[in-house]
Design a protein around this ligand. Sequence first.
Ligand code: MBD
Ligand code: FE
Length: 298
Amino acid sequence: MDITMTETQAETRKEDEGTAVEAGSKATERFNASGKLSHLDVPKERVSLLAGALIKAANDIVEEHQVTYEEYNALKAWLIKVGTDGEWPLFLDVWLEHSVEDVNSQDRPGTVGTIEGPYYVPGSPVLQTPATVEMRADEEGTPLRFSGRFTDTDGNPIQNAQVEIWHADSAGFYSQYAPGLPDWLLRGTIKADDDGRFEINTMRPAPYQIPMDGACGQLIDAAGWHAWRPAHIHIKVSAPGFQPVTQQLYFPGDPHNADDIASAVKPELMLDPKPRTDGGSGEEVVYDYVLAKEGQHK
Ligand code: MBD
Ligand code: FE
């Protein structure tokens, strides 16, 4: 993949197609409306333990690294900006969610997961397999036929399984978070058949650059880091009676597989796409899902 060209495309499109503040405020709005807030009930003992540990860790950093008032005020200004830019979802999902995912999936057998990130939207159009996600008439990129099968940990096919898929377009933009894209572009909920099989036709996404004109970009610049995630396809799989898996799939050869800013790449999540052998254009790849039953653990 030609990363240089992709970066240039992203730069060009960013100028006329939205800002970090727009994407950030949408992610914040969505989170507030998502129902994730309605059933949050953390016991007082855990709040005290976790908030206390976080505050202590911050104080230890101040002592260890002899933090100056200039640095303290820069932090204060930056934290305020994260909020006004609406970038708390982005910041947390990039720099913290991977540990939370790790802790919460360690006992689940079957296909591995990774972070959800800030751009999931529930309720995407439901399509029966074999399906093609929504694309524009002139959708650019390499067509990708992605298929696979659902089984339980004993190898039996799973009934009524579904794949929710969402990913960036070939310039690195997500529908509903960059202006000018159809709402359900490159998003869909695909129902597998009775044998647990699914086929999804989509377009290979580009690597994703964290928006550089908001608070997260300001931090990346100030620290001299890079802002890239490798190209990835987001997936949520589920079936009645089974534990859902949220994951992302990656492409071999992407220069940022080894240094994803969101630390969300795992070897089990690497696809192996090949040129299509059935005369269709683009690539094909098979990825199978093994789901754990509700209550099943390692
Ligand atoms: C993304 O597309 C993403 O997947 C994550 C985790 C963070 C920012 C943008
Ligand atoms: Fe993403």
